[in-house]
Design a protein around this ligand. Structure first.
Ligand code: FAD
Ligand code: SIN
Length: 523
C-alpha cells in the first residue's frame, strides 16, 4: 500500500471530471492533477449522451426563453439564480468545447444545426449526430493527453473519502475537511492513500440502482454514497428522472436510448391501438417535459396491461432521419426493426438524478476542500425535473466554477504534513467464493427500486422498500466487513446507500413535484 500525493485529485473521467482537470492543469502547470476512474478512461454516462447540449445560439432565441423552459420543466423548484448563471454561461462553454476540438453538426448554410427536445420552446440543442457524448468525451481525453501535469489512472476505484473522521491527532476536531481518498488499484488489488489539497467528486449518476436504466454499469452512485458516509449534505434524492423512450428489449441492460431528439424531429408516441395518447395529456404532446411523458406512458401501460408503447417515425423524411440519427437507425435495423416502416417499441427507464451532493455556486460541498461536479452534484439548476440536454451543460459550467475556485486559492495549496492520516486498514480478508451472493443482492436492490420506487410511488410502497433495504443493508455490511474489498462489494454497498437515500427522501416529500409522484400526495 502506498501514499500518493497530488495537488488536485479528481474522481471520475466523464465531462465533469475531465473538464476540471483540463482547466486546472492548464492554469497551474506546476501543480499535479490526478484523475482516478474506476473503469476504462472513456467509460461514463457522458460517452453515451445522444441528444446534445442546450445553449442559446440562434439569434432568435434568448436567455429568457432558456431560463423559462428550465424553470417550467423543473416545476419551479429550481434555484433561479443558478438557472440564470448556467444559461448565460452556456454559449461560452460551447465556444470552449469547439476550441478544444469538438465537432457539432452544421446545416447546409454552415450554421449550427440546432435540434429540439422535450420542454424546449425552440431549437437550441447543439449536437454531433446522435453520438454527441462520444464526441465530447473523445475531445476531452485528447486534451488531457496533451497536458503533462495530468495523470489519468484507469481502473482505480475510489472507496472512501479521507476526512477528519480518519485523523487521530492534529486536525481531528477542526471543521470537517477532505484530504483525499482511499483508492483501490484494480490491477494490484492494493488500496492506496491519495492525499490532495482539493478533491473533486465527478463520479456521475445512479441509474444502476434500477433494473431498467439507460445508464451504463459504472453509474452506481459511488460519489454520493462516499459523500454521505463522510456526512456531506445530500438533497433532492427523491427526484429521479425516467426517460420516456428507451428501446423495449426485455433482459437487456443497460437499455438503449432512443433520443428525445427523435421526438423533436417529429416522431409520434402511439399505444398498441395506434392512438397518439399524448395529445389528450398535454398541449405540447410528445414534446412535453420528460416527467409528464413518462408518467403518461406509465399510465397507458398500467391500464392496457401492455409491456411497451411505440415511437412512430414512419411519416418522417428517412434520409434526413438517417443523417441525424445514424446510431439509432443502425441499432434498430440490427434488431430487425425498420424505422421507415415499423414502429419502434419503447418504454421509460431510469435516466438521471436531479438530486445529489449539495453544492454552492462554486461547486463547493458542505465539506471543506471537497467539490462535486456533474450528475453526482445537486446545484439547484434542474429543480424537480431536468430540462433535456441541460446536464452536460451543467457539468461544463460548474467545471469552470470549480476550476476557477481552485485556481483562485492556489496560494493555499499546501498540504499540512503534520496531519496524521492513517493508511487504509483492511480488516476483511475473505474472498467471496460465490460472487453470486453479491450479484443477487445487487439485482434485488434493482428490483425493489423498479417495483416500488419508480415513476409512481406511495407510502405503502416506500415502507415496504425500506423494510427490504434494511435487511439488505445488514447483509451487505456483514459481507463488507469480512471481505477483501472488490469493486463489486463496494458498488453493492453504495447502491444500498443510494436506494436508502431515494426512499428516505421520498418519504419526507409530501407534495408531488416534477418527477416525484406519490399516490398519497395531493398536488
Ligand atoms: P459521468 O459521465 O457518468 O462520469 C462519471 C465518471 O466517474 C466515470 O468515469 C466513472 O467511471 C467514474 N466513477 C464512478 N464511480 C467511481 C469510483 N468509485 N471511483 C472512481 N471513478 C468512479 N445529458 C445531456 O445534457 N444531453 C444528452 O444528450 C444526454 N444524453 C444522455 C444519454 C444517455 C444514454 C445517458 C445515460 C445520459 C445522457 N445525458 C445527457 C446525461 C449526461 O450524459 C450525464 O448526466 C453526464 O454525462 C454526467 O457527466 P458526469 O461527468 O457527471 O458523469
Ligand atoms: C436524449 O438524447 O434524449 C437524452 C438527452 C438528455 O438526457 O438530456
Amino acid at each position: 500500500m502506498s501514499i500518493i500525493s497530488a495537488d488536485i485529485l479528481v474522481l471520475g473521467s466523464g465531462v465533469a471530471g475531465l473538464s476540471i482537470a483540463i482547466k486546472t492543469a492548464r492554469a497551474l502547470p506546476d501543480k499535479t492533477v490526478l484523475v482516478a476512474t474506476k473503469a476504462d478512461e472513456s467509460e461514463s454516462n457522458t460517452k453515451y449522451a445522444q441528444g446534445g447540449i442546450a445553449a442559446v445560439w440562434d439569434k432568435l432565441d434568448s436567455f429568457e426563453d432558456h431560463i423559462r423552459d428550465t424553470m417550467v420543466a423543473g416545476d419551479y423548484s429550481n434555484d433561479p439564480e443558478v438557472v440564470k448563471m448556467v444559461v448565460e454561461e452556456a454559449p461560452g462553454c460551447m465556444k470552449q468545447l469547439i476550441k478544444w476540438g469538438t465537432d457539432f453538426d452544421q446545416n447546409l448554410e454552415g450554421e449550427m444545426d440546432l435540434g429540439k427536445e422535450g420542454g424546449h420552446s425552440t431549437n437550441r440543442i447543439l449536437h454531433y449526430k446522435d453520438i454527441t457524448g462520444y464526441e465530447i468525451e473523445k475531445t476531452l481525453l485528447e486534451q488531457v493527453s496533451s497536458l503533462a501535469n495530468i495523470k489519468l489512472l484507469p481502473y482505480h476505484f475510489a472507496i472512501d473519502l479521507i476526512t477528519n473522521h480518519h485523523i487521530t491527532g492534529k486536525g481531528k476536531d477542526e471543521k470537517i475537511s477532505c484530504y483525499g481518498a482511499y483508492v483501490l488499484n484494480q490491477k494490484t488489488s492494493k488500496i492506496d492513500t491519495y492525499l490532495a489539497t482539493s478533491t473533486i467528486l465527478a463520479t456521475g449518476g445512479i441509474g444502476q440502482v434500477y433494473a431498467a436504466t439507460t445508464n451504463p454499469l459504472i453509474a452506481t452512485g459511488d460519489g454520493i454514497a462516499m459523500a454521505y458516509r463522510a456526512k456531506a449534505k445530500i438533497t433532492d434524492m427523491e427526484f429521479v428522472q425516467f426517460h420516456p423512450t428507451s428501446l423495449y428489449q426485455p433482459g437487456e441492460s443497460p437499455s438503449f436510448l432512443i433520443s428525445e431528439a427523435v421526438r423533436g424531429f417529429g416522431a409520434y408516441l402511439r399505444n398498441k391501438s395506434g392512438e397518439r395518447f399524448m395529445l389528450k395529456i398535454d398541449d405540447r404532446a410528445e414534446l412535453a417535459p420528460r416527467d409528464i411523458v413518462s408518467r403518461a406512458i406509465n399510465t397507458e401501460l398500467i391500464f392496457s396491461g401492455d409491456s411497451h408503447v411505440f415511437l412512430d417515425c414512419t411519416h418522417l423524411d428517412m434520409s434526413e432521419f438517417r443523417r441525424h440519427f445514424p446510431n439509432i437507425f443502425e441499432k434498430c435495423k440490427s434488431l430487425g426493426i425498420d424505422p421507415e416502416s415499423q414502429w419502434i417499441p419503447v418504454v421509460p427507464a431510469a435516466h438521471y438524478l436531479m438530486g445529489g451532493i449539495e453544492v454552492d455556486k462554486n461547486g463547493q460541498t458542505s465539506i471543506g476542500n471537497l467539490f462535486a461536479c456533474g450528475e453526482c452534484s445537486r446545484t439547484g439548476l434542474h429543480g424537480a425535473n431536468r430540462l433535456a440536454s441541460n446536464s452536460l451543460l451543467e457539468a461544463l459550467v460548474y467545471g469552470n466554477k470549480i476550476a476557477h475556485e481552485i485556481i483562485r486559492n492556489r496560494s493555499k495549496m499546501v498540504f499540512d504534513q503534520e496531519l496524521s492520516i492513517p493508511e487504509w486498514d483492511e480488516e476483511g480478508t475473505m474472498v467471496p467464493k460465490e460472487k453470486v451472493l453479491i450479484s443477487h443482492n445487487r439485482k434485488t436492490i434493482q428490483n425493489i427500486m423498479t417495483d416500488l420506487v419508480a415513476i409512481v410511488r406511495s407510502d405503502e410502497r416506500l415502507e415496504k422498500a425500506l423494510d427490504h433495504l434494511n435487511y439488505l443493508y445488514e447483509d451487505t455490511e456483514k459481507a463488507y466487513e469480512k471481505s477483501k474489498l472488490s469493486p463489486q462489494i463496494c458498488e453493492l454497498r453504495n447502491l444500498n446507500a443510494i436506494a436508502y437515500l431515494v426512499v428516505q427522501q421520498s418519504m419526507l416529500r409530501k407534495e408531488n413535484k416534477g418527477a416525484f409522484y406519490s399516490l398519497d400526495n395531493l398536488a
